[in-house]
Design a protein around this ligand. Structure first.
Ligand SMILES: *Cc1c(COP(=O)(O)O)cnc(C)c1O
Length: 351
């Protein structure tokens, strides 16, 4: 037995994968009950009358190259949200197994766990230490029912990176016990190295990447799970066969074409510069009592009068995120870094 077959849901390990229509593009398709003609309004390049290729090879390879990992370690889904859901469904038995989350953090880990019927164990980040991971507390709470530990770095909504050493040490200590999932949705804004390069050496580490934030593709729904090939093979049985829509795949390949990457990079540089400008400017606003450092494209801000700040930003036609529902963030708002013009308008409104 491998560690995956020991940790994953036994019924998923035993499950025989759905046999989708075979993918043989050199032959004409009379095996998938599709129509032979494309719609006249169909603007795709491949034709939307055909089912897309399951885990499209070109897309998997492009993402593997982008993230500098082997294609066998890559699973592409509809955003990293889907990867979170797949991990929970592949590893947690309803009514028996648990996940650990470290609040205040991204809400989908606990929502996906609860939909699956898994228990959610919380180990708060250390607010007085810049929201650092409490490795010791995670280890103490990691009983045999815990299958997944969700970490977010940079963390949403606090904006800080977690220490790579802490994550690596935790993963080593949890060998044979749980998968450590590191959500790197905002990594590109941090300048830090991805933990994906350590998955080969630490098979129980799983890394989530997304094109939704730094690559301006939130609407395409494309996220990547980077994990041990055996985890990828397991979750390929759980993901629907035609998860990636043809139009999304074409859009992603266009945006990730090497000719476009310079634009992505320049925008990233602009956002990072704007973030640092906003951090300094927000700290000087009259209603602001605290601003946390940020390694992401948003900033967490504590206000003396939250309703006033919300009303002022709405008055400038700008939505900012109410973070008061997060534990310990009772007077906080999360502000996404926008264009220089939007940022100026927000500062003006809050002044
Ligand atoms: C935005 C966000 C995601 C969702 O990413 P998708 O790829 O769009 O599903 C995942 N994790 C965190 C922490 C996020 O903030």
């Amino acid at each position: 037995m491998t560690w995956v077959t020991q940790l994953a849901r036994p019924d998923i390990v035993a499950l025989k994968a759905y046999e989708h229509a075979s993918w043989e593009p050199e032959l004409e398709r009379l095996h998938a009950n599709e129509l032979p003609w494309r719609s006249l309004a169909d603007g795709s390049s491949a034709g939307l009358n055909r089912y897309p290729e399951p885990q499209p090879r070109a897309l998997v390879q492009r993402l593997a190259a982008l993230y500098d990992v082997p294609a066998s370690s890559v699973l592409v889904g509809r955003g990293s949200d889907e990867a979170i859901d797949l991990l929970v469904r592949g590893f947690c038995r309803a009514g028996q197994d648990s996940v650990i989350i470290c609040p205040p953090t991204f809400g989908m880990y606990s929502v996906s766990a609860r939909i699956q019927g898994a228990n959610v164990v919380t180990v708060p980040l250390q607010a007085d230490a810049g929201f650092a991971l409490d490795t010791q507390a995670v280890l103490e709470k990691c009983t045999p029912d815990v299958k997944l530990v969700f970490l977010c770095s940079p963390n949403n909504p606090t904006g800080n990176l977690l220490s790579e050493d802490d994550i690596v040490n935790l993963t080593r200590r949890l060998e044979g016990r749980a998968v450590v999932v590191v959500d790197e949705a905002y990594l590109e804004f941090s300048g830090a190295q991805s933990l994906a390069r350590r998955v080969a050496e630490l098979p129980q580490l799983a890394v989530l990447r997304t094109l939704s934030k730094a690559y301006a593709l939130a609407g395409a729904r494309c996220g990547t799970l980077i994990a041990d090939p055996e985890v990828i093979a397991l979750l390929r049985k759980v993901i629907p066969p035609y998860a990636i829509a043809q139009l999304s795949m074409e859009a992603v390949l266009n945006v990730l074409d090497p000719s476009q990457l310079a634009v992505s990079k320049a925008r990233l540089t602009t956002i990072v510069a704007e973030r640092d400008r906003m951090l300094a400017a927000i700290a000087k606003l009259p209603n602001v009592t605290r601003v946390w450092p940020s390694a992401s494209n948003f900033v967490l801000v504590e206000f003396a009068d939250v309703p006033l700040a919300l009303a002022r930003s709405r008055g400038a036609r700008l939505l900012i995120r109410d973070a008061r529902g997060y534990p310990g963030l009772g007077r906080c708002l999360r502000i996404t870094i926008g264009s220089p013009e939007q940022n100026d308008r927000l500062l003006e409104a809050l002044r």
